[in-house]
Design a protein around this ligand. Structure first.
Ligand SMILES: Cc1cc2nc3c(=O)[nH]c(=O)nc-3n(C[C@H](O)[C@H](O)[C@H](O)COP(=O)(O)OP(=O)(O)OC[C@H]3O[C@@H](n4cnc5c(N)ncnc54)[C@H](O)[C@@H]3O)c2cc1C
Length: 442
């Protein structure tokens, strides 16, 4: 067993890999799949015990529609999902529907098939950096502090944790420093979805395009003329709900889970700055209280929910946006408007600028027509300071507004795909990640 000095002690080296990916969310797992497929020895370090990050542990589904040409990992993930659940698509919304367990299983299956390794229940806490090169990461595991050496590192933590530990510039929030709204999601079971749908349709609620079929979506945002608003207002009047519970309500059906729906709420409006650890914890407590009120309200007031119950609460706070890398190129809303093209493009995005603002409500920019897209350059994933690091996922180098477009699941999967391929290319050509010309990754 190798030991290395660390401050005033020595710590065990758990292993050495070509590519070490910190964070096993969709971006990190996709990066690791590409790296492992290209025969780089690859380790994912994940602090929870399932891959998928926000998509699994924060209970975020379905995948938003994206009509661009996707990379291999996106298709492999959809194929693997299909193996375990009846269906991933209906023809109306273009969403990719999945449930948390199926996604976690699908990601693990694909990655392990390429001989990738995973270290679960391990949290990145520090790095060993020498002359602009990360030599090792320091992790807390059940064995205490351990080190993992690597040739290349990928920060897929969503919160740019590795990037910040490396001393690289980051930014966060909008011009007032406010982050996007965070949510603590939950699932309910025992719902008579047919009855609920009938009720929504009887109100002429035209929000959901899914009039028929297995899948259904429903929503209410206070002050936006949603047909469900009066029933929620009654809940407030009767003291079951509080005003803040009406800020945003949305639910989706779940494949292979009849009678279950997943809730894209509550929005925790008090959490304006989610880069504070204490504030995040308080928000979780508040979110749980909001869930409890919503569940009581739905059971008591909403047709179809009479026998429903809370079946799952997220084990991770849903963070839409926090720290973002300030990389070689900062992708902006002008790039969105101009449908920007880049020599070193590594992924395409077509989701609209969809800000759930903690201070300004919902902020949206015009949607693209199907077929339109902007490109994301490789330079938005790399920095000027540390040579063997790529930052990937929702924390790449963008403005606040642009982040609200690139953050959706299909896009972070494609970015991860490219990041993993960059690692394979870098190893093959013996070049550092920041020195790669992204045009060569196409
Ligand atoms: C409430 C909400 C609703 C959304 N709705 C949709 C939607 O309907 N459709 C859609 O397509 N997109 C949606 N999104 C956006 C999308 O889900 C996320 O942007 C995307 O999944 C982020 O993926 P990621 O891999 O970049 O980060 P994450 O999924 O956050 O993954 C980061 C991973 O890193 C791990 N990690 C963090 N720190 C450490 C550490 N120190 N050590 C080890 N591991 C660590 C975490 O445990 C996690 O697994 C939503 C997001 C939220 C929050």
């Amino acid at each position: 067993m190798e030991l290395i000095p660390y401050h005033d002690k020595t710590i065990m080296v758990l292993g050495e890999y070509d590519t070490v990916v910190i964070g096993g969310g969709l971006a990190g797992t996709s990066a690791a799949i590409s790296a492992a497929r290209g025969k780089n020895s690859t380790l994912i370090v994940e602090k929870q015990i399932a891959l998928g990050g926000t998509a699994t542990n924060a209970l975020v589904s379905p995948m938003m529609p994206s009509y661009v040409k996707h990379e291999q990992n996106f298709h492999e993930i959809e194929e693997a999902l299909k193996k375990y659940q009846a269906d991933t698509r209906e023809e109306v919304t273009g969403y990719i529907w999945f449930n948390k367990e199926t996604m976690a299983r699908a990601l693990e299956d694909i990655y392990i098939r390429y001989d990738g390794e995973i270290l679960y229940d391990a949290t990145l806490v520090d790095i060993i950096l020498e002359q602009q090169i990360i030599k090792a990461v320091v992790l807390v595991t059940m064995e205490g502090l351990v080190a993992v050496r690597g040739r290349q590192f990928i920060d897929a933590t969503g919160d740019a944790i590795l990037t910040r530990l490396a001393g690289i510039n980051v930014t966060s929030g909008d011009e007032d420093g406010n982050n996007q709204m965070s949510s603590l999601r939950f699932e309910m079971a025992g719902i008579d979805v047919g009855k609920y749908r009938e009720y929504c349709l009887s109100l002429k609620d035209e929000f959901s395009p899914l009039i028929n079929g297995y899948y259904f979506e429903s929503a209410m945002v206070k002050g936006k003329s949603f047909k469900l608003e009066p029933i929620f207002e009654k809940g407030v009047k009767d003291g079951i709900l509080k005003e803040e519970d009406l800020r945003y309500y949305q639910c989706f059906s779940l494949p292979s889970k009849e009678g279950c729906m997943t809730f894209n709420c509550p929005h925790i409006g008090s959490l304006k700055n989610n880069t504070s650890a204490l504030a995040r914890s308080k928000a979780i407590v508040e979110g749980r209280q909001m869930i409890s009120r919503l569940v009581t309200f739905l059971k008591g007031y909403m047709p179809g929910f009479e026998r429903a119950y809370l079946s799952n609460e997220a084990s991770m706070l849903g963070i839409r946006e926090s720290y973002r890398l300030v990389g070689k190129y900062v992708l902006t809303e002008e790039d969105y408007i101009n449908r920007a093209r880049f020599e070193d493009a590594i992924a395409k995005g077509d989701w609209y600028i969809d800000v759930h603002s903690a201070s300004k409500g919902l902020v949206h920019k015009d949607k693209f027509i199907k077929g339109e897209y902007y490109e994301i350059p490789y330079r938005s994933l790399v920095n000027e300071l540390v040579k063997n690091l790529i930052t990937v996922g929702r924390c790449i180098s963008t403005t606040f507004l642009m982040q609200a477009s690139i953050r959706i699941q299909p896009t972070v999967i494609d970015m991860g795909d490219a990041a993993g391929r960059a690692c394979v290319y870098g190893k093959e050509k013996n070049i550092e990640l920041t020195d790669i010309n992204g045009a060569h990754l196409k």
